[in-house]
Ligand binder design. Structure first.
Ligand code: FAD
Length: 400
């Protein structure tokens, strides 16, 4: 544990060394300023420096790099994810290969159980879930499909999140797994949410209890923050953490801006505030080796205030006599985590996106700048594609 804390201390000092390049009153010009050191910002910075040969300053208002994927060793020496459990999964070999330049991997398949009617059952709902909950003995996919069909409700046109679920799994499973969870997570009844919200977690007729089914599922073997540090470790890249865009010293100038923060913030909310759902994270270390059988246990019951508990050692494979867990509580206020998928918000975003198209000197990339929930691999893919377009434009401009 001490060795790990020393390593983290060393790491903090190295980042500080990069940050101490802060040119308080010294003028410094960069080809590109990248706002945000999460996946979008780090991939853009790495590609612009390594691929386009330009100088880059990356800033983040948080005191660390890695954005929401930030992980660190807590006081007990356990590697924890500060902003919620981040599990890497992708179907893209190219994206995995790109990130593999900066990290090795530990194979890991995520499993989630839900605490329902006093027992822990697989989530997403699968044949094991159905048999455990209803005392059945469904043995084949056909039997499970027939059961789900017998309880599914014909809602006619699927208009909202409740319709999506009850039309697949019926009222009882909807009430047990989705209604309370969705009301906690989004603060509204599932009837008021877009049908796409519940579509991400379908029911299965087999006994596959993996949360994700992607071809590649793994975790960075030394953690996400280490991977980001390697990505940003380039002579053409400076990093300033604890540095917001608004209070950047006037002595710093740039040719092109890459913006990975909230798009409405860039435009000073002139069309209104885009709504977000937030989370409060409660971390705790317990004096035992393990507290739950899988990394994440969901609590769909509305009367339980948290939505899920994650035990990090399952994700990282770390061995220790103690264990660290995190409870997640949905919140109205706080950091922006989930864009609210309702028509008014989408309409406001489209109007911001139109403003963004009129700003050729700014590139908007990442989940906050494109106002949509994306997984990490999708953001890496988005950033790589965005860089290719930008690089092609710069090459054309340099010819003219
Ligand atoms: P971020 O990581 O949010 O980075 C944006 C950065 O910009 C932030 O660090 C912010 O501080 C900075 N910033 C914003 N405004 C400013 C400003 N004005 N000045 C300076 N800096 C600024 N994806 C998966 O693939 N697997 C998972 O298991 C998974 N779990 C998740 C769990 C939770 C609870 C959440 C909320 C998301 C999860 N995700 C997961 C999604 C993942 O977090 C995102 O895909 C990823 O973080 C997107 O990277 P990004 O760079 O776009 O945004």
């Amino acid at each position: 544990r001490i060795a790990r804390q020393l390593q983290d201390g060393l790491f903090a000092r190295q980042v500080a060394r990069i940050s101490s390049a802060r040119p308080a009153n010294r003028a410094r010009h960069y080809d590109v300023l990248v706002v945000g050191a999460g996946f979008a910002g780090a991939v853009m910075a790495e590609r612009i420096a390594s691929g386009s040969g330009k100088s880059v300053l990356v800033i983040d208002k948080r005191p660390h790099i890695a954005g929401n994927a930030y992980d660190h060793h807590d006081d007990a020496g356990i590697l924890v994810h500060k902003y919620g459990p981040h599990i890497f999964h992708t179907n893209s070999r190219d994206i995995l290969d790109y990130l593999s330049r900066f990290t090795g991997w530990r194979p890991y398949e995520h499993r989630v159980l839900a605490y329902v009617d006093g027992q822990l059952v697989p989530m997403p709902i699968n044949r094991t879930t159905l048999n455990a909950l209803y005392g059945m003995n469904l043995e084949t996919e056909e039997e499970a499909a027939a059961y789900l069909q017998s309880v599914a409700i014909d809602v006619g046109e699927v208009r909202n999140s409740r319709d999506t679920v009850v039309s697949q799994v019926g009222q009882d499973l909807y009430a047990k797994f989705f209604e309370g969870y969705t009301r906690k997570q989004w603060g509204v009844d599932p009837r008021e949410l877009d049908k796409s919200v519940a579509a991400r977690v379908p029911a299965r007729t087999n006994t596959d209890d993996r949360y994700f089914t992607d071809a590649h599922q793994c975790m960075p073997d030394k953690g996400y923050t280490r991977m980001f540090r390697k990505m940003l470790n380039h002579p053409q890249i400076d990093v300033l953490t604890g540095q917001g865009y608004d209070d950047l010293p006037e002595t710093i100038s740039w040719e092109h801006l890459v913006w990975t923060g909230p798009i409405d913030e860039y435009f000073h909310h002139r069309l209104g505030h885009l709504p977000y759902r937030s989370l409060r994270f409660e971390h705790e270390t317990l004096p035992q080796e393990q507290v739950q059988p899988v990394a994440t246990v969901n609590y769909p019951d509305y009367d339980v205030p948290h939505t899920r508990i994650t035990e990090f050692k399952h994700l990282t494979g770390q061995q220790a006599e103690v264990t660290s867990i995190m409870r997640e509580y949905p919140a109205d206020e706080g950091d922006p985590y989930y864009p609210v998928p309702n028509p008014a918000a989408q309409d406001m975003y489209r109007r911001y996106a139109a403003l963004a198209r009129d700003c050729p000197e700014v590139t908007f990339v990442g989940r906050l700048a494109t106002y949509r929930y994306y997984n990490m691999d999708q953001i890496v893919g988005q950033a790589l594609a965005t860089w290719r377009r930008l690089d092609a434009r710069w090459r054309l401009e340099s010819l003219s």
